[in-house]
Design a protein around this ligand. Structure first.
Ligand SMILES: Nc1nc2c(c(=O)[nH]1)N[C@H]1C(S)=C(S)[C@@H](COP(=O)(O)O)O[C@H]1N2
Ligand SMILES: [Mo]
Length: 379
């Protein structure tokens, strides 16, 4: 065997029927953690509980080390900005729910072999930074601009392709203000933690995680569609490796439950007692505001409307919902389903594509309700 990388990108692998999670997926899962679902109770995800996804290594950027961001390509005035320069621009803070496009992947059959998320690849933070459009205005974007390419400081190899992590946005999205794209230097009022992009990252409200480039070091305006790996090869919805596929963009609606009662250590089954159980959770969509949340307590057969918290105008953050359920002894499967203002909702049958992207299958939460007396379940 030669000591060289594969010279073409090989398709991502699908697990064989009944193939368990492998060492490769386990290695990713221990590096990239999800939101413990009980943390859905917080409006803003506490430090360390926000999900993390990093393709390669987290760059080593000690506190106070110099950093510069370049803005170049099809611009009339290329820029090189350090952190104090960026802080001189107007500052905006936006509460944004981020979700990985691969959320839910490990529940699919066949399972795309990659970071094996169940449903927990989500988190919400207040992100502070400079509106991207102000930087691009300062650089004077040329009339022939098509895409704006964002490069992170992390480097790796993926399916045989050596690369910097790189993603692009259409120039209209990059220079627009709905949503307001940020070059962020703070998360919840503090400098970005290393795993979330210290010292700079992109925040594109409403878009799946892959667009939120961390460790941002350059912004390049180009005059043709960007065809880098993370744009043209990964993050496309395709059923066959040969399909061109549709690009993954905005977050599809999803509702999750705060796990009720208490968990069984190994199975994670929730244990409750009979009577009124206040079910609550969060719902979000990157396409249009969530207009309806429904709850099912019978494995998706019947649905009732949940009550959504009043709209607080934070368009890009998840919203709380609740529903009072009268639990009776026995086994139950609980679900919640979000629908947004454009009529997008969540399927009960798995939507499938080779990457397991943008899949928003309704969550199923198995619950064991004990007999009146309480005590250990009689089994
Ligand atoms: N530079 C860089 N940016 C990146 C990534 C990466 O691997 N490198 N991963 C992306 C993916 S796939 C996701 S889901 C989000 C995760 O952001 P978080 O770790 O802050 O939650 O970062 C995105 N930005
Ligand atoms: Mo992701």
């Amino acid at each position: 065997m030669g000591h060289r990388l594969a010279d073409a990108s090989t398709p991502a692998r699908l697990a064989a029927p009944d193939e368990g999670i492998g060492r490769d997926e386990l290695a990713l899962a221990t590096r990239n953690h999800g939101l413990p679902l009980e943390a859905l109770r917080h409006d803003i995800t506490p430090p360390g509980l926000h999900y993390v996804l990093t393709h390669y290594d987290i760059p080593y950027v000690p506190d106070g080390s110099p950093w510069s961001l370049t803005v170049d390509g099809r611009v009339r005035r290329p820029l090189r900005l350090d952190l104090p320069d960026l802080r001189r621009f107007p500052q905006v803070t936006t509460r944004v729910t981020l979700e990985c496009a691969g959320n839910g992947r490990a529940l699919l059959t066949p399972r795309p072999v990659s970071q094996p998320w169940l449903v927990e690849a989500v988190g919400t933070a207040d992100w502070t930074g400079v509106p991207l459009r102000l930087l691009l205005a300062e650089a004077k974007v040329g009339p022939d601009a098509v895409d704006v390419v964002f490069t992170g400081a992390d480097h790796g190899v993926e399916r045989g392709v050596e690369q910097d992590y790189r993603r692009a946005l259409p120039v209209e999205s990059a220079t627009g203000d709905d949503p307001e794209v940020l070059v962020a230097y703070a998360m919840n009022g503090a400098p970005l933690p290393p795993q979330h992009g210290r010292p700079l990252r992109l925040i594109v409200p409403g878009w799946y995680g892959m667009a939120q480039v961390k460790w941002l070091r350059s912004i390049t305006v180009v005059d043709e569609p960007f065809t880098g790996f993370q744009q043209a090869v990964a993050y496309r919805l395709r059923r066959d490796p040969e399909d061109v596929g549709e690009p993954v963009t905005r977050i599809a609606p999803r509702a999750l439950l705060v796990p009720p009662g208490f968990p069984d250590f190994m199975s994670r089954t929730r244990v409750i007692r009979p009577g009124t159980v206040a079910l609550e959770g969060r719902a979000w969509s990157g396409r249009a505001p969530v207009t309806r949340v429904e709850v099912s307590t019978d494995a998706g057969h019947t649905w009732r409307d949940a009550e959504q918290a009043p709209d607080d105008g934070r368009r890009w953050a998840w919203r709380r919902w609740r529903y009072d359920w009268t639990a009776t002894p026995g086994e139950h499967v609980l679900s919640a389903r979000a629908t947004d203002g454009e009529g997008h909702s969540q399927p009960l049958e798995q939507p499938w594509n080779r990457g397991g992207f943008a899949n928003n299958l309704v969550q199923r939460v198995p619950v064991l309700c004990l007999d009146e007396e309480g005590g250990p379940p009689a089994r």
